[in-house]
Ligand binder design. Structure first.
Ligand code: SAH
Length: 249
């Protein structure tokens, strides 16, 4: 049995209780060494073998899994495995091999970053949607999902895997319709001890990253949710009734 487990954004105590339990009882751990906090491996009391997948190909990962399919295997991915986690290709191979698996969610870095900034992505009167995207790198992004087209929505944006391309990102956000002085933030290593968070503007992104020596392991957040006016929520509005509460006005 293989358990795909979300390790959380960084801080070891941000793994889920279920994820921790799966690590504790695993025989074999294969972890994404580039971003998973090694402190989590201390929970691996039973594990006889621990592999860092940063040095491995998909085929090598599958070889280890298929030759140990009678064991409890944890495949530990950073954040939540469903976001840029490359788990689908692994699950499809496991299906073909007839090996069972399940998925344990994790706290994505996009939530670690919002917590670090004490921000809310979905502010009434500002934005009720979050766009999760990236710049094209070795993995292409479909034409219909260009940064320009997303920028035109004015929704809150979280941009992964793009910290080394901020000059281009700013240009494309602005040509898509973002004001150059629209609030933007860079959160480096959210929830790790060396976390850095920088509030800037869309046009200031590249310079802010350069000043702080950031070119990887960072998220870029863009939108008015980072600063400025908003409306109160209806949920806690005294004049508004809903299923759980009568209006008091
Ligand atoms: N599944 C992960 C994302 C993996 S892609 C998740 O849910 O968070 C790797 C990218 O995620 C990095 O390039 C960076 O953009 C972002 N990332 C991962 N951990 C981060 C952290 N602690 N702080 C900021 N960005 C992070």
């Amino acid at each position: 049995m293989v358990h795909f487990v979300g390790a959380g954004p960084g801080a070891a105590d941000l793994i889920t209780v279920r994820g921790k339990g799966l690590i504790e009882s695993a025989d074999i751990i294969i972890y994404a060494g580039s971003l998973v906090n090694r402190e989590l491996l201390e929970y691996a009391k039973q594990a006889r073998e621990v592999y860092n997948s940063a040095h491995m190909t998909l085929e090598q990962v599958m070889d280890i899994i298929s030759s140990n399919s009678d064991k409890e295997i944890v495949r530990l991915h950073t954040g939540d495995p469903s976001i840029y986690g490359a788990i689908r290709e692994q699950m499809d191979m496991l299906d073909a091999l007839g090996i069972e698996y399940d998925v344990c969610p994790g706290v994505s870095s996009m939530f670690g970053a919002a917590a670090a900034l004490r921000a809310e992505y979905t502010l009434p009167g500002v934005s009720q949607s979050v766009i999760i995207t990236r710049m094209a790198g070795r993995t292409p992004v479909p034409e219909s999902e260009s940064i320009e087209s997303f920028a035109a929505h004015g929704a809150s944006m979280v941009i992964f895997l793009s910290a080394g391309m901020l000059e281009e990102l700013s240009g494309r956000l602005i040509s898509g319709g973002c004001a150059p002085d629209l609030p933007a933030a860079i959160v480096y290593k959210a929830t790790w001890p060396d976390e850095k968070k920088i509030i800037t503007t869309v046009e200031g992104l590249a310079a802010a990253a350069k000043r702080n020596g950031i070119n990887k392991t960072a998220l870029v957040l863009v939108g008015d949710f980072l600063d400025g006016e908003y409306e109160r929520s209806k949920l806690y509005d005294p004049s508004f009734s809903h299923g759980c509460r009568r209006s008091t006005e």
